[in-house]
Write a new protein. Structure first.
Length: 362
């Protein structure tokens, strides 16, 4: 065909040519092209057919793995080019898919890179086929030859650089997803810290409400008392103080003190201490009232140990506190023998000492 278009002349030196004597069939190139085998374009969807280029053109229209147009409105994963065949119906579902299948996409990316390396090994064969085609169909003489050669090389380079660009884009996408996951982890940790702070504040408020509106009645539970008793035995100056409680919402503030008696180490001392509060300026001093102490037996109410005492205005223990806790307490320095406390069963199975105190103003 090109011989007729060029007036039966060589496109290089314009010498006349004849089809019988000056042209010949390149059987070697034809045989090399005929031996080329290509995969079906639907190989990614399950087709395993490998045919010659001419036979492949006839196979494609009838391929059973060919995609249909039924999903025109559906979205595809951004990793579709490397093998992810998931079809998504919405942008939100696509975002969820990208976050939950990160490892799978990384595996597909690694496989695509491996295929790219294999593809580079076949460039020599493809280059020979392109060279044969260009020799069989010579380009017009002059500058157009150079221009066509440049275009051919450009198309070849575009094909060679397609995979690296795709992998680079996918890698950037993976980095963005990892960064987003890291930011979400930091945000979640911050929310956890805020929740823990809020819970602690809520527990503190709950405790303050319970001790403010208790009506002067407070139950003090001392867990692991045997361990506490051992510590007090080793350190005679060690004292345990209960949380503060109020006689009323705007009343006096008290706490209990527990320690081994300084006079007799075999006995336990229980005393009541006044504490400074924001209500002190509105109250009458010294404090005047009745205080009841009760040591609770966990299983036998008949064994409860109860003592009641009245305040004494002349004592410093009932004057307005000048410190957070009044250094002077009022109570019993020998409230109960330690041996009776352990033998009679006041600690129960939970090793917890339970004291009930009631303070009433009179």
């Amino acid at each position: 065909m090109w011989l007729k278009r060029e007036g039966s002349c060589c496109p290089i030196d314009n010498r006349p040519l004849t089809a019988d004597s000056d042209l010949f069939v390149d059987n070697y190139t034809r045989r090399e092209i005929a031996q080329t085998r290509l995969e079906c374009p639907n190989a990614g969807y399950g087709c395993k057919v490998v045919l010659q280029p001419i036979d492949l053109e006839n196979h494609i229209p009838s391929c059973s793995f060919q995609r249909t147009g039924s999903g025109k409105n559906s979205l595809h994963c951004t990793f579709e080019n490397v093998g992810c065949r998931t079809t998504i119906s919405s942008a939100d579902e696509l975002a969820s898919h990208l976050e939950s299948n990160l490892q799978q996409h990384l595996n597909l990316l690694s496989m695509a890179y491996t295929k790219l390396l294999d593809l580079s090994k076949t460039q020599t064969m493809n280059g020979k086929a392109e060279e044969a085609n260009s020799m069989w169909d010579p380009q017009p003489k002059g500058n157009s030859v150079a221009g066509s050669t440049t275009a051919t090389v450009g198309n070849s380079n575009a094909g060679e650089t397609h995979w690296p660009e795709l992998i680079r884009a996918l890698y950037e996408k993976v980095v963005l997803l990892e960064q987003k996951g890291y930011e979400q982890t930091i945000e979640m940790n911050n929310l956890k810290q805020q929740l823990a702070t809020s819970n602690a504040r809520l527990e503190r408020v709950r405790h303050e409400l319970a001790t403010t509106h208790c009506g002067g009645i407070y139950i003090w539970r001392v867990p692991n008392f045997r361990e506490q008793l051992t510590a007090m035995t080793r350190d005679p100056l060690l004292m345990l103080y209960s949380p503060a409680f109020y006689t009323s919402q705007y009343g006096y503030r008290f706490c209990l003190r527990l320690n081994l008696s300084a006079k007799n180490r075999s006995h336990l001392a229980v005393l009541v201490h006044l504490m400074r509060s924001e209500n002190d300026v509105t109250l009458d001093w010294p404090f005047s009232g009745r205080m009841s102490l009760k040591l609770i037996h966990p299983t036998d109410p008949q064994r409860h140990l109860k003592e009641t005492m009245m305040s004494r205005p002349e004592l410093e223990a009932f004057r307005r506190p000048r410190h957070e806790i009044c250094p002077r307490g009022f109570g019993y320095t020998e409230f109960v023998k330690v041996s009776d406390l352990l033998s009679i069963g006041f600690l129960g199975e939970t090793d917890t000492l339970v004291l009930r105190v009631q303070v009433q103003c009179v």
